[in-house]
Design a protein around this ligand. Structure first.
Ligand SMILES: [Zn+2]
Ligand SMILES: [Zn+2]
Length: 458
């Protein structure tokens, strides 16, 4: 009996150890857990670095505006073809959506924007824009190069991916909210989280900045035509002067922020254009004015306020006003809100990849970014990658003197790749643990109960 009991105890104990061992091994994720730390080394290797720089320079020489990024898109697709990465095209006219990994869930997306700005480059260098009046002055050429760099590394480590990385090359960030159109055309299908990176000269080189919650404001535009009745400037009583009405509109719009907004709630209303009249002695028939509004909360109320102030102030001065809130097709963009969990994952990843001191807690800014459409649809995280070098000064974005510090490209590529791998790895370990909980725990509980019952009754 004692021998039987001993044998049963021994067998049961070994079975329990076996079950415990198998649940431990389900947490081991092989190469995936070690790969992220290699990505910066890989991205800095001369081959990959020079390749990213050459791609960035090609795109810089041939800047294309929103929804016209045909050559940029073609270059991206030819590089993905060479890597053997499958993709969907066209998505939102020129957009490309690539897929690396198992083709199975979970799906995590990385995003780069592709469009340039309608401005003349004033930087004299070998790869200056070859298209007069168009320039990559927001670093989107660098963003494409960084994401292609990440794609190359991820494709080489595709056997380590526990899911699918979705590469989103998006058109028309600057004006036409290309992100919105990408979502409408299914770019986020199956995707459960998305990450975006923007180069900036406001953060030191090699560091990255973000925050949890509201990072960038919602932004929108307005254009209004205030119409009166023109006439001789010396006989104003026979006119309905739109200049006075428009002047009143400009001043009254300031009260929306200074008098009607909680001082602790940041908002901006800026009138940046006033056009009208072309003679010293003629009162014009109409004045056109326009500008932008920014807010983290209450964006649609602010829009409504802008519309009311313009039309009602025009009426006070016996004029009419029409207001367009999407002038020249310029779409409004919602506030960009970073997901708390993704922010924590991102911060941990930066600590592992670059060191904790390389993470900078960002302050919210009133600028807008259409990545907010993605982050509104699914959990998203947007960060800034620093390129400010103490030895050189870099002009701000949207400046004709804007330059990208190309030494930052490997950092962006490594951050993209590391974040995707980490996200999939975390999802996999959570999935493994919950699977273990669902299947192994009841079985081990059952055997433990058998074991106890056996000792009590025999
Ligand atoms: Zn921009
Ligand atoms: Zn930008």
């Amino acid at each position: 009996m004692a021998i039987n009991n001993f044998l049963l105890f021994s067998l049961t104990f070994q079975l329990l150890l076996l079950l415990r061992g198998s649940s431990e091994s389900s947490r081991i994720t092989g190469d995936v857990s070690r790969t992220p730390k290699k990505f910066l080394e890989l991205a800095k290797s001369p081959d990959l670095f020079d390749w990213m720089v050459s791609i960035r320079r090609k795109i810089h020489e041939n800047p294309e505006l929103g929804f016209e990024e045909y050559e940029t898109s073609k270059l991206i697709r030819s590089e993905l073809d060479l890597m053997g990465v499958k993709y969907r095209y066209p998505v939102a006219i020129t957009g490309v959506v690539g897929y690396i990994g198992t083709g199975e869930p979970p799906f995590v997306a990385l995003r780069a924007d592709m469009d340039a700005l309608p401005m003349q480059e004033d930087v004299e260098w070998a790869h200056k824009s070859k298209v007069p009046g168009k320039m990559h002055a927001c670093g989107h050429d660098g963003h494409v190069a960084m994401l292609l760099g990440a794609a190359k590394m991820l494709q080489e480590h595709r056997q380590d991916l526990q899911g699918t990385v979705v590469l989103i090359f998006q058109p028309a960030e600057e004006v036409f909210a290309g992100a919105k159109k990408m979502i409408e055309e299914g770019a986020l299908k199956h995707v459960e989280a998305i990450f975006g990176i923007h180069l900036t000269n406001r953060v030191p080189f090699g560091k990255t900045a973000s925050l949890a919650g509201s990072l960038l404001a919602g932004s929108g535009f307005f254009e209004a035509v205030v119409t009166g009745k023109g006439g001789h400037a010396a006989i104003p009583q026979h006119t309905i002067d739109p200049v006075i009405a428009a002047s009143s509109v400009v001043l009254s719009l300031q009260h929306l922020v200074s008098r009607e907004t909680d001082p602790l709630d940041s908002k901006v209303v800026t009138v940046s254009m006033v056009h009208g009249g072309n003679a010293f002695n003629v009162i014009p028939d109409s004045i056109t004015l326009g500008g932008t509004l920014r807010a983290f909360t209450g964006f649609s109320q602010l829009q409504q306020g802008v519309k009311e102030v313009i039309t009602k102030q025009a009426t006070v001065h016996r004029c009419n006003a029409s207001v367009n809130l999407t002038p020249h097709g310029k779409e409004q963009v919602p506030p960009l809100v970073n997901d708390m969990d993704l922010y924590k994952q991102f911060k941990n990843m930066v600590g592992d990849l670059l060191g904790e001191e390389s993470f900078v807690e960002a302050s919210p800014v009133m600028g807008g970014e259409d990545f907010s459409y993605f982050a509104e649809a699914i959990p998203g995280h947007f960060s800034f990658l620093g390129m400010q070098d103490e030895t050189k000064s870099y002009a701000s974005t949207h400046s004709s003197l804007y330059r990208v510090n190309e030494d930052a490209l490997p950092y962006g590529a490594a951050m993209h790749a590391s974040m995707a791998v980490r996200y999939l790895k975390d999802k996999d370990s959570k999935g493994s643990n919950s699977k273990k909980d669902r299947t192994l725990k009841p079985l081990s509980d059952f055997i433990t109960t058998l074991f106890i019952v056996h000792w009590i009754f025999l």
